[in-house]
Design a protein around this ligand. Structure first.
Ligand code: GLV
Ligand code: MN
Ligand code: MN
Ligand code: MN
Length: 406
């Protein structure tokens, strides 16, 4: 086994969880597809003689040494957004397996002074239950257990029921202090999700921070009615109010701060008939900016506009926060060790959220980003060249070796 393994490892799962509606992947958290990917991971871990376990929060662990405290942990996730790319998540998992191969082949693993483990986090994207990084949030206590258990997916199934079906015990779900305390450092490798490494001669960057980001649910309710018999002046149409708000979001966001980003990527119209004036419409809003106060200002501007358009259309709007992650700086001391073994790697902030960002306030955490030549992510065009994948494995192996004090 060698570092070329990362390419063939990813090839093994390229057919799993293809989006049946078009190109890309559809790998929801805690689904049959994620379970297939977990089974693939467990088999690859077993083939390497790693000891595996699934913890109370559904996080899959594979130990390259006997488990213990002050462990060096790497890993990522296997779920995807709807219509997602091939690398967001799986690259970090496959690269970690390949890096372990590298450490073993070089004899470095035998000399390890600290335990070494790989962790695969479930529902990182939050595409099923709405809360991103659900596994790491549960592990760290960043979400209340009762709230998590009551989260519902689009089919109306609660997380408690789905978790039970996944073999978890809802009574045991939640903050796991002893497991958290056992992590000495966490390093997540991830495909770069923007244009940060395009046109540079570097295949790998070190993460500096994750910008603040949150999700809000806007629910508009009006009067369902007949599309043919209801005069335009007699309507209370939530689709009109919600669409006007969505149309105003780019201008409101840019007017608040040129660096802020706000996105509506998901809407729901109820009941959804061509000849039916809807009774309700929802959209989900994602806002991000390095300054948490700016995120709040953008939210405030959009919320005010939602009140105005709702009043104009005679509908009601309710706004609720689904999740929020403040701007997180990766651990300076750990990053200086990464820089000592990867002196040419640039430091990059991330507009994307990651489990490493959830872990960072609790344990020393860091990230490596591997060049993405398209600069596109959360879409099928996301890419990573084979040579860059191998460079990522070599970089991760160096970082892990340094952490293992070899
Ligand atoms: C997940 O990748 C996110 O940043 O939303
Ligand atoms: Mn993602
Ligand atoms: Mn990811
Ligand atoms: Mn992410």
């Amino acid at each position: 086994m060698s570092t070329s393994g990362v390419v063939s490892l990813l090839r093994q799962i390229e057919g799993t969880g293809r989006d049946t509606r078009g190109p890309g992947y559809q790998r929801p958290g805690f689904s049959a597809v994620e379970r297939d990917l977990r089974d693939w991971f467990l088999a690859e871990a077993a083939r390497r003689g790693l000891d595996t376990e699934i913890d109370a929060n559904g996080i899959t662990w594979a130990w390259a040494t006997p488990p213990g405290d002050d462990a060096v942990v790497t890993g990522s996730h296997l779920d995807s957004v709807p219509g997602g790319g091939e690398f967001d998540g799986p690259l970090g998992v496959a690269s970690a397996l390949a890096a372990f191969d590298e450490l073993k082949a070089s004899g470095a693993l035998e000399k390890a002074a600290r335990p070494l483990a790989l962790a695969v986090f479930p529902e990182e994207e939050g595409s099923r239950f709405g809360v991103a990084c659900l596994g790491s949030r549960l592990l760290t206590g960043a979400i209340e257990v009762d709230r998590a258990l009551g989260l519902k997916d689009a089919a109306g199934d609660t997380f408690a029921d789905v978790a039970r079906g996944y073999g978890l015990d809802p009574e045991r779900i939640g903050r796991d202090q002893s497991r958290l305390a056992g992590i000495g450092s966490f390093i997540e490798l991830h495909v770069e999700q923007g244009i940060g490494l395009i046109n540079t001669d570097q295949a790998v960057a070190i993460g500096s921070s994750i910008i603040g980001h949150g999700r809000w649910h806007f629910a508009f309710s009006g009067q369902g009615n007949h599309a043919g018999t209801t005069p335009m002046s007699h309507r209370a149409d939530p689709v009109v109010a919600a669409s006007r708000v969505i149309g105003d979001i780019p201008t409101l966001t840019a007017a608040t701060d040129a660096g802020a980003v706000a996105t509506v990527g998901r809407t729901l119209i109820h009941p959804g008939g061509t000849n039916v004036i809807a009774s309700a419409m929802s959209f989900w809003l994602d806002i991000r900016h390095p300054d948490d106060a700016v995120v709040q200002q953008v939210l405030e501007a959009i919320s005010q506009r939602a009140e105005v358009h709702s009043a104009d259309s005679g509908v009601e709007v309710t706004i609720s926060q689904e999740s929020y992650s403040p701007t997180t700086l990766f651990t300076a001391e750990l990053n200086s060790r990464l820089t000592s073994v990867l002196p040419d790697a640039p430091l990059l902030p991330s507009g994307a959220g990651h489990d490493a960002g959830i872990l960072a306030p609790h344990v020393p955490s860091a990230m490596l980003y591997v060049r993405n030549p398209t600069g596109v992510s959360h879409a099928p065009e996301e890419a990573c060249e084979a040579d860059d994948q191998r460079a990522g494995v070599m970089a991760l192996a160096k970082v892990l070796a340094r952490e293992l004090r070899i």
